[in-house]
Design a protein around this ligand. Structure first.
Ligand SMILES: Cc1cc2nc3c(=O)[nH]c(=O)nc-3n(C[C@H](O)[C@H](O)[C@H](O)COP(=O)(O)OP(=O)(O)OC[C@H]3O[C@@H](n4cnc5c(N)ncnc54)[C@H](O)[C@@H]3O)c2cc1C
Length: 286
């Protein structure tokens, strides 16, 4: 197996264009497990850890641009204020060792329905910046990035360069159901972001369908019914939970049944909206 180690982004793109079969490697917390278990035997590994710019993040015009190599630890330590939903999700990932190596870009590249980055990225309205040597940059909204189970919307010669996440303009919450509190793949998960200036609520559901997804009908419902200056109405909260559960398309597997996942999505939707609404009201809404 060849090992390619570019030190610039342009060299990384050239390597991927010349060797589309080369498997990108960032933190390796998915890739090395797959190689060790013989799930994959790529013709080459394209190690991106030498491309320093991928580890950087910046904020401009209300948008945080996270390089594909930004780790969960960096998100937790440096971005809890700007991206609270993603930071909450990052705190639930694996163990300190996995959070030190594992990256948001790698989570996107793996595109597992259970990946913890996806629900907060969906709820916040993120977009993924991908690039190829021959066709340049494409910006893909997060909701269009997940094509199927572990199938990201990447062409064979493309790499993820960054993810652009609007800086939180309101409260955000992430909730995850697992069989214990650490080192656990989500049975299902849910993220919610209030966008008070747009009078909009964003959602993201994880591990309860073949891909991470938004609960669009639930978002539209709240967009039409929420009174942003009043306490939460109990009937509205219940309906929101029902619509989120209806958006899920879960399966029975070793981690949980479809029925349990649907139920849990409704519970998490109600809880996260309640928490976010408490914060919103505490921030001075009438
Ligand atoms: C013990 C353990 C616990 C874990 N716990 C969790 C958890 O709680 N929650 C969770 O979501 N995940 C968990 N994971 C999975 C893994 O840590 C995450 O998916 C992590 O985000 C992967 O990031 P990475 O940088 O290590 O990716 P890598 O393993 O380097 O890559 C992952 C995939 O993305 C592709 N890729 C990487 N970078 C790019 C790029 N720039 N462009 C295109 N493709 C790219 C790779 O080719 C590969 O297909 C766990 C893994 C382990 C081993």
């Amino acid at each position: 197996m060849d090992f390619l180690r570019p030190t610039t982004w342009q060299d990384a793109l050239a390597a991927k264009a010349d060797r589309p079969g080369a498997l990108p490697l960032q933190g390796g917390t998915d890739v090395m497990v797959e190689i060790n278990f013989d799930v994959r035997r790529p013709e080459a590994l394209l190690d991106l850890t030498g491309v320093a710019e991928l580890r950087q993040w910046s904020v401009a015009d209300g948008v945080c641009r996270l390089g594909a190599g930004v780790t969960y630890t960096t998100v937790i330590e440096e971005l809890g204020g700007a991206l609270p939903g993603l930071a909450q999700a990052a705190r639930t990932v694996g163990s300190p060792q996995i959070r030190n190596r594992g990256t948001v870009g790698g989570n996107l590249g793996a595109a597992s329905p259970a990946g913890d980055s996806h629900p907060p990225l969906l709820a916040a309205g993120a977009a993924v910046e991908v690039e190829s040597r021959d066709r340049g940059v494409r910006t893909i909204p997060a909701h269009a990035f997940y094509l199927g189970v572990k199938r990201p919307a990447l062409e064979p010669d493309e790499l993820i360069r960054a993810v652009r996440v609007p800086v939180a303009a309101g409260p955000q919450y992430f909730s995850k159901v697992g069989t214990r509190n650490a080192m656990v793949i989500a049975v299902c998960s849910f993220a919610l972001a209030l966008h008070p200036e747009e009078r909009r609520v964003g959602t993201g559901i994880g591990s309860a369908a073949p891909t991470p997804l938004r609960a669009l009908e639930a978002e539209d419902f709240l967009g039409g019914e929420l009174d942003w200056d009043a306490p939460l109405d109990a009937g509205l909260l219940r309906r929101f939970g029902e619509l989120c559960a209806a958006a899920a398309a879960p399966i029975d597997d070793v981690r949980g049944t479809a029925a349990y996942r649907r139920h849990a999505v409704a519970v998490m939707a109600r809880r996260t909206l309640t928490w976010a609404w408490d914060d919103h009201r505490g921030r001075g809404a009438a």
